[in-house]
Design a protein around this ligand. Structure first.
Ligand code: SF4
Length: 538
């Protein structure tokens, strides 16, 4: 295995050089930075300023705004002035797609510019001009690759794969290196958590080999809202932070942007301060498959293992009690062959200890089925959701685990058995090992959004969440929406004010329909395709 981090059993943050967005240091010795993005119209100075102030008050350290053209890019200067007048120095980042001219304009006003190599239309050396301007004004750059919007040449060569995403980022990173410009952060986002984690690990490995130390910006795109959005982000971002990857994070939720920050805070804090943890015995790292999904083969014992769908546990039923062996890594060598393992941990770097357990099992040739168990003492639900997803999601992404058992020892009104069951199912769904309801690839919204995303997403969910296994894209705009909903089966995409276009995969099937009719039309389309089912009656 080409290594992407120093060790699978010793926590180290990946060494990076510091990049500065204004006075905000990202990477180097700086803590993981938290950021969000506005969903106001960037031309609306007042609304954008007010929202940025709310994000900053919630603890956001960098705020991104979309700048779809030169006009929006120029207005970033106005917004910067308004914030300065109100004593808010939070650095701003401009989000650019398609228009190099907008990137050049934005670089005059903000502290960081994000470009998407998949659609940065560099005719006539505008990338050189952008680098010169960033260098002169001390503006940072983000090379922000998105699964679903790779450049045609990359798509042709690699397909829509983590390898294609990595190649796309490296092409631009090499261009920055040739120009001796190192104020660059890089991201490789996807709404598919498995693709996202594989892509970042692969990029970290490639950068190691090439002697590159650019900081990483982590995020899961189109994660959705509520439990699903929190869990998807925590599984993906958490898996990477646990191995010391990541210097700034954005939890993207289809909610008010300031609500993203407390979630990001819990996640970053949960995975920080692990350096110097008690030793975990070294493992044979060649047995690990970090860049592809490689399900572990376990033997079936009763209802567990042997390729059966991972089950949820909250207590041991009578019929399996006698066949269970409860242990942590310390007991791995003594596991009898005929037992279901309940794997526990109280190690401060528990995710690495539990991963080491699976690698040790493999080295010993043991194929017992394993239920991954984690125990918490939380008093409210949101921290439990985020921590449990971050602690267990990676193991399922890596193909380990035949069951999941999340336990909370502290009594709490919010943390009911039903809430734990919903959380556990959501983790398994985010890791794509058990699909128990419809999946929504919903963008968080930005200045391009053409309808009330939060309200519409809630309505769509209310009517369709029982459609197990279907993936629905709910995207704010037609410019980026169709590309970025990636592998959605159907798409509901803002086409103009009050107008929606419906997609089947990548194909447009209803164009520009009035918003009031769009949900019924979507259901009609599902009916025609034979995938609609009436919801279960309560
Ligand atoms: S899909 Fe469109 S509206 Fe949604 S976040 Fe992306 S650019 Fe903004």
């Amino acid at each position: 295995m080409k290594p992407y981090c120093d060790s699978l059993t010793v926590y180290h943050r990946r060494p990076t050089h510091a990049v500065y967005a204004g006075t905000l240091g990202i990477g180097g010795e700086h803590p993981v930075r938290l950021q969000s993005m506005t969903n106001t119209d960037t031309n609306d100075t007042e609304a954008s300023t007010a929202q940025i102030l709310r994000i900053a008050a919630a603890g956001g350290e960098l705020v991104r705004l979309t700048a779809q053209g030169r006009r929006e890019a120029a207005n970033l200067g106005e917004i910067r002035r308004c914030l300065d007048e109100r004593g808010c120095r939070v650095p701003l980042a401009a989000d650019i797609h398609f228009q190099p001219a907008a990137a050049l304009e934005a670089a005059l006003h903000v502290e960081k510019v994000r470009i998407n190599p998949g659609n940065f239309n560099d005719r006539g050396g505008q990338f050189d001009e952008l680098i010169d301007r960033c260098r002169r004004r001390r503006v940072a750059l983000r090379i922000g690759v998105n699964h679903g919007s790779l450049a045609p040449a990359m798509l042709e060569r690699y397909g829509d794969t983590p390898e294609g995403m990595v190649a796309s980022a490296l092409e631009y990173l090499e261009m920055c290196r040739e120009r001796d410009f190192d104020q660059v952060v890089v991201s490789l986002k996807s709404s598919n958590v498995r693709v996202m984690v594989h892509a970042y690990r692969l990029l970290a490995a490639e950068m190691r080999e090439r002697g590159m130390s650019y900081p990483l910006h982590l995020g899961v795109t189109e994660a959705g809202d509520d439990l699903e959005g929190r869990v998807k982000s925590a599984v993906g971002i958490g898996a990477l932070l646990a191995d010391g990857l990541g210097d700034t994070i954005r939890v993207s939720l289809t909610e008010a942007p300031e609500q993203e920050i407390p979630v990001a805070r819990i996640l970053a804090d949960h995975l920080a301060h692990r350096a110097g943890h008690p030793a975990i015995p070294a493992v044979d790292e060649t047995l690990y498959h970090p860049y592809e999904y490689h399900p572990r083969r376990s033997r079936a014992i009763g209802p567990v293992g042997g390729g059966q769908t991972p089950r949820l546990w909250s207590e041991l039923p009578e019929e399996v009690r006698a066949s269970v062996y409860v242990t942590d890594l310390a007991g791995v060598d003594r596991i009898p062959a005929d037992r279901i393992v309940v794997l526990t941990t109280d190690h401060p770097h528990g995710i690495a200890e539990q991963r080491a357990f699976f690698l040790r099992m493999e080295a010993l040739g043991k194929d017992n089925p394993v239920i991954i168990k984690r125990t918490y003492r939380e008093t409210s639900l949101e921290p439990l959701q985020i921590k449990a997803a971050a602690d267990t999601g990676m193991l399922f992404l890596d193909g380990y685990g035949d069951g999941l058992w999340i336990e909370n020892e502290t009594p709490s009104q919010e943390i009911t058995p039903e809430a734990i069951e919903a959380l556990s199912l959501s983790i398994l769904q985010a890791a794509r090992v058990r699909i128990s309801r419809a999946e929504y690839i919903a963008c968080p919204g930005c200045g391009r959004t053409l309808y009330d995303l939060q309200r519409i997403l809630a309505r769509i969910k209310a009517r369709t969440s029982h459609l197990t296994g279907i993936k629905l894209g709910v995207m704010g705009c037609i410019v980026n929406g169709p590309g970025e909903m990636a592998d959605a089966d159907y798409g509901y995409v803002g086409a103009g004010p009050g107008r929606i276009t419906l997609y089947r995969g990548r194909e447009v099937v209803r164009r520009n329909i009035p918003q009031e009719e769009a949900l019924d039309e979507l259901i009609e389309l599902l009916r025609e395709d034979g995938v609609w089912q009436e919801p279960p009656t309560a």
